[in-house]
Design a protein around this ligand. Structure first.
Ligand SMILES: Cc1cc2nc3c(=O)[nH]c(=O)nc-3n(C[C@H](O)[C@H](O)[C@H](O)COP(=O)(O)OP(=O)(O)OC[C@H]3O[C@@H](n4cnc5c(N)ncnc54)[C@H](O)[C@@H]3O)c2cc1C
Length: 302
């Protein structure tokens, strides 16, 4: 079968575009407002440039975020850990603060692509690309993260589990920029677990899960569970979380939880896995992730 070279991921970007390198957020928002749907923000380019090479998207204006100061960095404040949207995944992976305070995010970021990809890719790009399989997204949902957004209409804060609308779609308007991600402090008796099944270590997830569990004496006091690649967006299974509150993680409870997760997800068959595989794997991963998160919570509590 013959395919046009431009349908493949070549080194060539086949379309013409104008390149902009604003030095302030306000300037970037002005450009977005002026060019609307014809413009795309460029962060690390590891998703966007691939899509442009394949002509999946053909923006007439590229607005690079790299020259804007204040969009990168990791800082602990009273309300949690703030991560600039343009912070490279590799910087997050190597951050002692993230490793110590948010090991779940550390694990999830480490699972993304290769070192070369993580050296280019940003956290904001991983979220705004809105892949149902985005690894950082499920970890951040399980950590109850919120995102700070700035646009022509002003600033707003959005809980991350309300950020994704569909594959490749978020609640951001065309003039809005994701500025930072804020993860609230996690309790001392909280434990978390990230598990991803991929065809290779470089590939997107076939199924993934992030679970954060806070234990009371032995029963679950609180928990958040998010799954990737089993629905049109990364999903949080709130009904399962509600069911678990006040319960011990016995074998019977875990079986019930697996059945509830199976009912909540909407997996599809694609090049990576069948829907049946995804469903079975999601059930297994849920049991494993909750068990391991609870073990971690006990260990941290001492
Ligand atoms: C070989 C390979 C392997 C990969 N493996 C994985 C993997 O295992 N797991 C995984 O989750 N992903 C993976 N990816 C996808 C990709 O690397 C990540 O999603 C990455 O984090 C995207 O970040 P970026 O900075 O490169 O985004 P870009 O490509 O620059 O941008 C992505 C999208 O987000 C928008 N955007 C970027 N920043 C902002 C912002 N601040 N505000 C508003 N919109 C913004 C852009 O306009 C664009 O639409 C892989 C990609 C490749 C090429």
């Amino acid at each position: 079968m013959r395919m046009s070279i431009n349908r493949q991921n070549t080194h060539i970007i086949p379309t013409r575009f104008e390149y902009h390198a604003p030095t302030s957020l306000d300037e970037a928002i002005e450009l977005l407002t002026e060019y609307g749907g014809d413009a795309r923000l460029l962060a690390g380019g590891t998703d966007l440039l691939v899509k442009m090479k394949q002509r999946v998207v053909e923006p007439r204006h590229l607005i690079n975020l790299k020259m804007i100061t204040g969009l990168t960095g990791i800082e602990e404040k009273a309300d949690g850990i703030h991560i600039g949207a343009a912070t490279k995944l590799r910087a997050i992976e190597r951050s002692p603060l993230i490793r110590e305070k948010l090991p779940l995010l550390h694990e999830a970021v480490r699972a993304i692509g290769s070192v070369q990809i993580r050296n280019m890719a940003t956290l904001g790009g991983n979220l705004c690309n809105a892949s149902p399989a985005a690894d950082s997204a499920i970890a951040l949902i399980a950590l109850d993260a919120r995102v700070q957004v700035k646009g022509a209409e002003g600033d707003r804060v959005i809980p991350l589990d309300g950020f994704f609308v569909g594959p490749g779609k978020t609640v951001l308007s065309p003039s809005e920029v994701l500025v930072e991600i804020v993860v609230p402090p996690q309790g001392r008796s909280s434990g978390a677990c990230f598990i991803k099944i991929g065809r290779t270590s470089l590939d997107l997830a076939m199924v993934s899960i992030a679970a954060a569990v806070t234990l009371g004496d032995e029963a679950v006091e609180d928990c958040r569970i998010a799954l990737g690649a089993v629905a049109p967006t990364p999903i949080r299974v709130r009904e399962v979380e509600a069911f678990l509150r006040g319960k011990r993680l016995t074998d019977e409870v875990l079986e019930e939880v697996a059945a509830m997760v199976s009912a909540a997800i909407r997996p599809i068959t694609d090049v990576r896995a069948t829907a049946e595989y995804r469903r079975t794997a999601a059930e297994m991963l849920t049991k494993d992730a909750l068990t391991r998160a609870a073990e971690e919570a006990r260990r941290r509590r001492g």
